[in-house]
Design a protein around this ligand. Structure first.
Ligand code: NAD
Length: 474
């Protein structure tokens, strides 16, 4: 039986980061991960690197450039003639980026002396782990601490099960080899909007069916309204309050039946992306005697420090409560590895940024205006539109706005919400300010370079006190 100080099950952003930090802290560490390339070699990084964040960003960038070359270059006075697209080249570029980054993690494992064990892991009672290599006999590992980081898998709808061909999840939607003419998207969440807009920009007619009556219910409603307006203008055909009844694969495509406020509707598409959320990936992970409890939704039950109900067993990332975000999982991994080695560890769950990588991007941190109203918190709000930003104008991307919400009494920043160019980068300033318990005045008194997009954050903070300089304060 092999012995380690820490065994991590799962090599996604939560697990591989936990393994690296545990090794940095001086422990002997093994990380078991099942992901393999088509050629059969280990591919660390989990869904994020292999089939999520990174490949989708590669295609978002390519499709955005294609769209700009076709529709925006002429405005800049650049004439490129007929713009054409080579989807196979886009996909190959995407695969190259993924392979490089996954290889990079293996390099980090080597440098930090983390033992990579390709295959599956199962937690047994008494901090032992059954390791099932892809090829070969099962082995027994013993660990002082086990970190469960098994991630999540797409939720399937019973009415329209995945077939990997016409009805796909996000992984399938990242691998289309041709642009579907008519694409249906079930769920106007993060994945539905990001992937729907990739294929829209590459030429698909995209219809999005969303069960909720409100668009982007998790975002600030002001930002959500602006996003809906912009996405509709880009040609996304968005149907809210649309409850899917059935999906039937036909010779020509997929026949969808859904119900909305007007009754039963039929829609025929060539392919369907089902993006209605993800569920924890705990299947086969836990021996029933291992003593790890699940909650009513199937997530591994943990406390605020990611301790499970079994001594010495921790769980982090998508398989535990909280936002399913790579950076949240990574921070939990760091916290747990540090706590294991007797150091300080903490995750500030109130200050986790969210980003939707559409064009324009949407990003936020902290409370929405609706949440503050509901909680009865007295607040002030300042907004600033990118239409008045010199940099955004010069970039031909002057749509959208920044909104800063601050406590009416203490001036503490309570939330920052952005829709516009590079929103995902701009939100970093707000995250730092909130992490340091900053106030709107702190942002106001911070010098922002001119001309930059970040000036919009500065102006929105000024607007919270009706002191914006480049907008009329109302
Ligand atoms: P999501 O929770 O973001 O959105 C799912 C949407 O589907 C919701 O709007 C929901 O109302 C809708 N829905 C549910 N059932 C439906 C039905 N039967 N018919 C129509 N609509 C239905 O989930 P997702 O987009 O699948 O993403 C999964 C997870 O991965 C999320 O937690 C997300 O945060 C994460 N993720 C994050 C990023 C990012 O950070 N940029 C990118 C991709 C995924």
């Amino acid at each position: 039986m092999s012995k380690f100080d820490v065994v991590v099950i799962g090599g996604g952003p939560a697990g591989y980061v936990a393994a690296i930090r545990a090794a940095q802290n001086g422990g002997t560490v093994a990380c078991i991960d099942a992901w393999r390339t088509d050629a059969g070699s280990p591919s660390l990084g989990g869904t994020c690197l292999n089939a999520g964040c990174i490949p989708s960003k590669a295609l978002l960038e390519s499709s955005e450039l294609y769209h700009r070359a076709k529709h925006e270059f002429a405005i800049h006075g650049i004439h490129v003639g007929d713009v054409s697209m080579d989807l196979a080249a886009m996909q190959a570029r995407k695969a190259g980026i993924v392979a490089q980054l996954c290889g990079g993690i293996q390099g980090l494992f080597k440098a930090n002396a983390v033992t990579l064990l390709p295959g599956r892991g199962q937690l047994l009672p008494g901090n032992r782990v059954r390791y099932l290599p892809h090829d070969g006999e099962p082995q027994l590992l013993e660990a002082s601490h086990v970190i469960l980081a098994a991630g999540s898998v797409p939720t399937e709808l019973r009415s329209i099960p995945f077939d990997g061909e016409r009805i796909v999840d996000s992984t399938g939607a990242l691998a289309f080899t041709s642009v579907p003419q008519r694409l249906g998207v079930i769920g106007a969440g993060v994945i539905g909007l990001e992937l729907g807009s990739v294929w829209r920009r590459l030429g698909a007619e995209v219809t999005v069916l969303e069960a909720m009556d409100r668009f982007l219910f998790m975002a600030d409603s002001h930002i959500a309204r602006e996003a809906e307006r912009q996405f509709r203008r880009q040609g996304l055909d968005i149907h809210l309050g649309a409850k899917l009844q059935s999906g039937e694969v036909t010779a020509a495509g997929v026949k969808l039946r859904y119900e909305d406020g007007k009754g039963s509707q039929d829609l025929e598409v060539d392919k369907v992306i089902v993006a209605v959320g993800r569920r924890p990936n705990t299947s086969g992970l836990l021996d029933p005697q291992a003593g790890v409890e699940l909650d009513e939704r199937g997530f591994i039950r943990v406390d605020e420090h990611c301790r499970t109900s079994a001594a010495g067993v921790w769980a982090v990332g998508d398989c535990v409560r909280g936002a399913m975000l790579a950076h949240k999982g990574s921070e939990e991994g760091v916290m747990v590895a540090d706590l294991i080695s007797g150091r300080y560890g903490h995750v500030n769950y109130d200050v986790i940024p969210s980003v939707i990588y559409t064009a324009p991007e949407i990003a936020w941190v902290g409370r929405t205006e609706d949440e503050l109203k509901q909680a009865g918190t007295a607040y002030k709000a300042g907004t600033f539109g990118f239409a008045a930003s010199g940099r955004a104008k010069a970039m031909e991307q002057a749509a959208g706005l920044v909104k800063v919400l601050a406590d009416a009494a203490t001036d503490a920043i309570l939330g920052v919400h952005i829709i516009g160019p590079m929103a995902g980068e701009l939100i970093g300033e707000a995250v730092v300010a909130m992490e340091f318990q900053g106030t709107a005045e702190d942002l106001q008194r911070t010098i922002h370079a001119h001309p930059t997009l970040a000036e919009a954050v500065h102006e929105a903070a000024l607007a919270a006190d009706r002191r914006a300089l480049h907008a009329i304060n109302r």
